[in-house]
Design a protein around this ligand. Sequence first.
Ligand SMILES: NC(=O)c1ccc[n+]([C@@H]2O[C@H](COP(=O)([O-])OP(=O)(O)OC[C@H]3O[C@@H](n4cnc5c(N)ncnc54)[C@H](OP(=O)(O)O)[C@@H]3O)[C@@H](O)[C@H]2O)c1
Length: 346
Amino acid sequence: MTAAVLTGHGGPEVLEVRDDVAVPEPAPGQVLVQVAAAGVNNTDIWTREGAYGNAVDPIAVAGWRGVPLTFPRIQGGDIAGCIVEIGQGVDAGRVGQRVVVDPALYDRGDDHANPVELVGSERDGGFADFVVVDAAQAHAVDDSPLSDEQLACLPIAYGTAMGMLERAALASDERVLVTGASGGVGLALVELAAARGATVIALTSEGKEQAVHEAGAAQVVLRSEPDVTAAIRQAAGGPVDAIADVVGGEVFSRTFALLREGGRLVIAGAVAGAVVTFDLRVLYLHQRRLIGSSMHTRAHFRHLVDLAQRGAVSPHIADRYPLTAIHQAQRDFANKRYVGKLVLRP
Ligand SMILES: NC(=O)c1ccc[n+]([C@@H]2O[C@H](COP(=O)([O-])OP(=O)(O)OC[C@H]3O[C@@H](n4cnc5c(N)ncnc54)[C@H](OP(=O)(O)O)[C@@H]3O)[C@@H](O)[C@H]2O)c1
């Protein structure tokens, strides 16, 4: 089969498109999925680069668990496709089922367990014609009106956004600031927060305002504003109840004080910088809370699958590419001149 194979941590040259990769075989309890579409994410690039650091060294070459990956590895955690083969013990009726894959592997068996491994990082993923996953990770979406490309936007971007909003317990009568609002996770945050009735103030860059409004933002503030905190405060009409941040860096340090007394900031990304200077008094003197959030739980993912089945989410595809054009897709991803998601088609 054709697959994009990561041969080590490094630049784009360590990602090789090969057409002689063996089709994996499903072990007992697993299914073989023919990949119809696979979303592109920031984690693909950080994982390739080994850009995650670890608890003692922020520039250590490491995957998201703080250690280097083992190679070769096929990336791609956002998978939509069709079950074409089953391993022992899996219901034969699942062959032919249209599925979206939960990329997370959890540390416990319950609904609220933490994700500790990721398809496309610790296991081979969907930048290939076929991928093997545990049967429980492949969720049926036969009834969904979403396209395969849209389904492939859900696991990481929408899963992460869902995890953030749930962990921050965002309520319908609250005001939330969303950063990086035109990106994969950001646009999902805007859509999901607005759908639960919250008032969304979105921080984005020039030219993307309309799309972010259309996704559900009540107010849009440009991050190029000379005094961005004042602009956000004015747009929100005062302090906000919650901040959903995927940007980090200076944006994190500057926006934290925009929270009301007892407000919470949930963070899941650091695209503008992972190491920040932060005045702890701004946190504790105002009973504010800082919540770390990675991906989703099983319960969050099931909720997402339910939304997909009902067509109650509408992921925005900015562009699609054949899998063989993965290097171009990653260059376009890095340039960020689009709104929403880029998708690969094996
Ligand atoms: N923890 C998790 O489970 C998890 C899962 C998925 C992603 N993430 C992380 O979340 C972050 C966003 O991921 P994504 O897939 O949504 O990426 P993305 O699609 O590239 O979106 C990131 C957005 O952030 C904004 N941005 C980029 N550079 C910026 C800068 N220097 N300063 C301020 N804003 C900037 C841009 O939006 P605007 O132009 O609209 O400002 C950009 O579109 C990444 O750090 C990623 O690793 C974490």
